[in-house]
Design a protein around this ligand. Structure first.
Ligand SMILES: C[S@@+](CC[C@H](N)C(=O)[O-])C[C@H]1O[C@@H](n2cnc3c(N)ncnc32)[C@H](O)[C@@H]1O
Length: 234
């Protein structure tokens, strides 16, 4: 399968799966995704301190943004209207609503000024951008000097047996389950291919540097199934 990152196609794919997105996320990851987001907030807060202004790019249905809002003021942005509608409904039902704003925006052209945010997060979003470097450059632009970017993304386990099992699950089981539950052929095959195409650690460090950010470190999560990458604006 050819992985196209044409923005219109990406947006319509996410808009189509939006109604089942949360259910599938938690089901297909056996809810481990909740732990990964929790860890992201904890690690980021350790870097920035509490009560900061954080931008969550590619916020989707705002799961990460809502977790961040427990200890920060948060702006969540995404370019899929149906995803954001679900985010609005979810936040409306939350007491954290007053600490959150949701904005419809493209990650490659953020509608914010230079140096506004103390931190930027992106969970399972960077992989979908047409240019990783351009996305990271935009994140850097809106960050204050000294601010931190936290990128949570799927990764590939290094341990061979675990890697094989993971790739089997991702390429054979997950696309079928995803298609069956979402009713959208292709979306979950795209997930598998986009994860395989996503750069490994060293390459991501280089892209981050090209975007003008200083790569700080990464945390391998759940045996390398996911990774949390930290970078800083100098
Ligand atoms: C896999 S979902 C992740 C959602 C959320 N961050 C989470 O952790 O569940 C990817 C999201 O990125 C959004 N997205 C992809 N490309 C984008 C872009 N160029 N600008 C803004 N949002 C984008 C999609 O609409 C989708 O909501």
């Amino acid at each position: 399968m050819k992985v196209t990152k044409e923005p219109k196609q990406i947006r319509s794919m996410f808009s189509a799966i939006a109604p089942r997105y949360d259910l599938l996320n938690h089901l297909l990851s056996l809810s481990v995704d909740r732990y990964w987001r929790w860890r992201t907030v904890r690690v980021l807060t350790r870097e920035t301190g509490e009560d900061r202004l954080i931008l969550d790019v590619c916020t989707g249905t705002a799961d990460l943004a809502l977790l961040l809002a427990r200890s920060h003021s948060v702006v969540g942005c995404d370019f899929s209207h149906p995803m954001l509608r679900l985010a609005v409904d979810k936040t409306a039902a939350s007491p954290l609503q007053k600490r959150m704003r949701l904005v419809e925006a493209d990650a490659l052209s953020l509608p914010f000024g230079e140096g506004v945010f103390d931190g930027v997060t992106v969970a399972f979003g960077l992989r979908n951008l047409q240019s990783y470097e351009k996305g990271l450059r935009e994140m850097k632009r809106v960050l204050k000097p000294g601010g931190t970017v936290a990128v949570l993304e799927f990764s590939q386990p290094r341990f061979p047996i675990m890697r094989e099992a993971y790739l089997f699950y991702f390429s054979r089981i997950l696309p079928r389950l995803g298609e069956w539950i979402s009713g959208r052929p292709g979306a979950y095959s795209y997930l598998c291919h986009s994860v395989r195409d996503f750069p490994e650690q060293e390459e991501l460090e280089q892209i981050t540097a090209k975007a003008g950010l200083q790569y700080v470190r990464h945390y391998s999560l759940t045996g390398g199934i996911a990774a949390l990458h930290l970078a800083r604006r100098k």
